[in-house]
Design a binder for this molecule. Sequence first.
Ligand code: HEC
Ligand code: HEC
Length: 254
Amino acid sequence: MAAAIAADPRRTLLAVCALALASLFAPAFAADGPEVYALHCAVCHQPDGEGLGTFPALAGSERALGDAHALVAFVLDGEGAMPAFRYVLDDDALAAVLSHVRTSFGNDAEPIEADLVADARLETAVDVETEPVEVDLPEDWFDLGEELFVTNCAACHQASGAGLPGAFPALAGAAFVQGNADEVLRLVLQGRAGMPAYGGSLDNRQLALIVSYVRNAWENEAHPVDASMVETVRGGGDLELEPTTPTTRPGAGN
Ligand code: HEC
Ligand code: HEC
């Protein structure tokens, strides 16, 4: 009966719309080394890998070309002015970008597999729950956050937090959501791709409640945030609009 279905113009239109919507919001699943490098590394290490000032060259770098496990551990947690990418890049993206670095700019070392990144990530995992964070929130913050989430976010991410595969990433179980709170706040304030910006429509109190909720709903576990933390990330209105947020999200596609 496939012909009959295809011939029904309303069904066809619906299918076309669904496809168009899915491709509009489709996250980049396949990690592309050069693309990840351009977005996350080139600003400091330069597009040609030659570095600049205090940013070391990756061309010919002993660290980049040396022990793969040590390199992955270094990039996961950063050091000094080198940022940590643990909550920014997932295993595929990290493997892709490091493989790119190790085989470009005249470099010639073995590429790195996503499995190695996954192992190193687990081995070097730190318990982020050890330091209690003081937050100023009403006692019923979870319920208040849930209400705001259902109104503002559930249309895409679903009340279950499971998202819609291929279109809207899951927030339940997402490493990014449970990672660095400032990065989550920054994303919700300024939006990204198919994710709307809420910095203009929701106030600090509402954003704190929603983000605290998504970090603790559906078995997620991460410290809640309060309005003063949202204000700090807003930075008095001059929030940086640089793409400091990931293109490939740890939680997407789960
Ligand atoms: C904000 C600037 C910045 C960004 C963005 C950045 N790095 Fe770095 N990176 C640094 C600095 C600074 C160092 C030197 C750190 C040190 O030695 O303490 C460094 C060091 C390194 C080294 C070791 C180089 C050596 O020979 O010592 C590697 C490898 C590296 N970065 C890879 C990356 C990759 C891959 C990315 C993107 C995923 C990236 N970096 C993004 C600033 C940056
Ligand atoms: C119109 C649909 C839509 C709505 C409404 C929406 N989002 Fe999103 N959200 C997205 C899309 C699409 C992405 C993926 C963005 C990308 O590809 O970079 C996303 C990504 C995210 C992420 C990153 C997930 C990850 O693991 O990387 C978080 C966190 C998030 N949204 C939270 C929220 C919150 C909180 C709200 C409500 C205040 C909200 N979203 C409302 C569509 C939506």
